[in-house]
Design a protein around this ligand. Structure first.
Ligand code: FEO
Length: 171
């Protein structure tokens, strides 16, 4: 049985993950407006992944007999100056999500809520990947520094990204 405090925070996390999908779709929209369809594809796939994260929390709350609560979403930023600025904002967002996951883990550990601790471990590992994928692209964009051929090649590469839920997913 989840405590009221943990249930509230897990429900908040469903919303944060849904907001992340929203946030990345707005970034995809910006990339399309800049004629960067591959970059847009990257963020559309990222938004799919965020919905998958939201549903993992959604299903977990239900499995733990908690009452699911969905609330409204803020309007995401949609004006950026460059693809580099977009990825820097995406990295900051992922760092924020990592802090949220740690916050949830701190509560679960304080309460010795072992089922939640076990569930959250997947997200602790996932956040390392999430931050690294944004960092890798930032490094590439900094190297490219406006070279249009290199931008074209990176756009092509990012256009290949497809989100496939992990095979061991319990969603
Ligand atoms: Fe759901 Fe990108 O963290």
């Amino acid at each position: 049985m989840l405590s009221e405090k943990l249930l509230k925070e897990l429900n908040k996390q469903i919303n944060y993950e849904l907001y992340s999908a929203h946030y990345y779709l707005a970034m995809a929209g910006y990339c399309l407006s800049e004629d960067l369809p591959g970059f847009a594809n990257f963020f559309i796939a990222q938004a799919e992944e965020e919905k998958f994260h939201a549903m993992k929390f959604f299903n977990f709350v239900d499995e733990m007999d908690g009452k699911i609560k969905i609330s409204g979403l803020e309007e995401p930023e949609e004006d950026y100056k460059s693809a580099l600025e977009v990825f820097k904002a995406a990295l900051e967002h992922e760092k924020f999500v990592t802090k949220r996951i740690y916050h949830l883990m701190d509560i679960a550990m304080e309460e010795k809520e072992h089922a939640t601790i076990s569930f959250l471990k997947w997200f602790v590992d996932e956040q390392i990947e999430e931050e690294n994928s944004m960092k890798d692209i930032i490094v590439q964009l900094e190297k490219i520094s406006g070279d249009s051929h290199a931008m074209y090649m990176l756009d092509k590469e990012l256009g290949q990204r497809v989100f496939t839920p992990p095979a061991d997913s319990d969603q």
